[in-house]
Design a protein around this ligand. Structure first.
Ligand SMILES: [Zn+2]
Length: 366
């Protein structure tokens, strides 16, 4: 983030505090002002201001009282899940899925469409517009916007799909501008694996403080949270793990190098060698753990779902046998909570986080 003015800084602090309260409220149990203040390490007076702000916006309500000792019973506060909604879309090379999600991260509706390598940029935009139209009326709260998780690097601030392969017909597609205009909704686009870890952090906020999401679909990508913060990198494209070289002079890759994990993995699957494909993913996971010292790895994506037994086994085994520091570095490996919806839910969650005040690349309101 660049330098921010005092006012902008204050807005950001407010946003982060609001988002943190909503994140606690999303876990389900109503909480008192005192407990919320203690959990976020702010004063009860500061928490009062946050709660007043969130109540004024209809995002939380009073939900009964609790007695703890002889004093006046404490008021409890709960999230209003239906107060806001967002559409999330997951675009892969074979399918597009749209979901509409509430403030609790619940999927209210979903719709799918088939796409393929011949789908033109115009047809892709048309498909997303159609899917969004099918889900946008489900639920009651205000629809905040639409987020799209794309299969490859994006210009996150500009809302443009970059891709990796120079031959990719979607390269340069100004998707955010197209969707903002055609749906009359604020929009953002992001790297699919980054969206996935945002979704996972909604599903299990206490469990993904230092974590990597390893997405295995047609391509391989990773999303990171370190120290409880999403990590995007300078160009918002951290996590292109599929282009880590695992075999010098190996299979040619669309990115121009040889022996990338993604190319080797695709070749193994094409031969029907699931065991080797799983070992390649396991090797990438070990490298990520060695580099970033995360204690949790979440596996997701259509290929993991198709072969989740062998992939889970290979990754867990590699973390015991290949991790040099396995006597003190213990890593929990999980399969994505949201399953098929992981990226779409994550893209919607990014839109909702913008509503909370967490900075994102959501287009200006239209
Ligand atoms: Zn590559």
């Amino acid at each position: 983030m660049g330098r921010v003015s005092g006012g902008a800084h204050l807005d950001l602090v407010r946003g982060v505090n609001d988002a943190a309260v909503l994140s606690l409220a999303r876990r389900g149990n109503p909480m008192s002002r005192h407990d919320l203040a203690a959990a976020l390490d702010v004063t009860p007076q500061a928490m009062t201001k946050i709660l007043v702000r969130l109540r004024a916006r209809g995002l939380i309500v009073e939900a009964g009282t609790i007695s703890a000792g002889p004093g006046k019973p404490a008021t409890l506060y709960a999230l209003v899940p239906g107060a806001r909604r967002a559409i999330g879309v997951h675009v892969s090379r074979t399918r597009a899925r749209a979901v509409v999600v509430d403030l609790a991260g619940q999927v209210l509706d979903r719709a799918d469409a088939r796409i393929d390598a011949t789908t033109t940029p115009d047809a892709l935009v048309g498909t997303i517009v159609d899917l969004a139209g099918r889900v946008r009326r489900t639920g009651a709260g205000r629809l905040v916007g639409i987020g799209v998780g794309m299969p490859g690097p994006t210009d996150h601030d500009g809302g443009i799909f970059r891709g990796t392969d120079p031959e990719d017909p979607w390269q340069g597609l100004a998707l955010r501008a197209e969707l903002t205009a055609r749906l009359e909704l604020p929009a953002l686009i992001d790297h699919d694996s980054t969206a996935a870890i945002v979704g996972e952090s909604w599903a299990a906020p206490h469990a993904v403080r230092d974590a990597a999401f390893m997405l295995v679909e047609d391509g391989i990508g990773a999303g990171f949270r370190l120290g409880d913060l999403l990590q995007r990198g300078v160009h918002a494209n951290a996590g292109e793990a599929g282009h880590m070289v695992v075999a010098l002079d190996g299979e040619p890759c669309a990115c121009g190098r040889r022996g990338c994990a993604q190319a080797e993995h695709a070749a193994a699957l094409a031969r029907g060698d699931v065991a080797r494909a799983a070992r390649i993913i396991a090797s990438v996971v070990v490298d990520v753990v060695v580099l970033l010292d995360v204690d949790r790895v979440v596996l997701g994506g259509s290929t993991v779902r198709a072969h989740h037994g062998p992939y889970l086994d290979a990754v867990r085994t590699a973390l015991v046998t290949e991790l040099p520091s396995n006597d003190w570095q213990h890593v929990e490996v999980l399969v994505s909570t949201y399953g098929d919806d992981a990226i779409a839910v994550g893209a919607a969650a990014e839109v909702l986080e913008d509503e909370f005040g967490v900075p994102s690349a959501l287009s200006r309101r239209v």
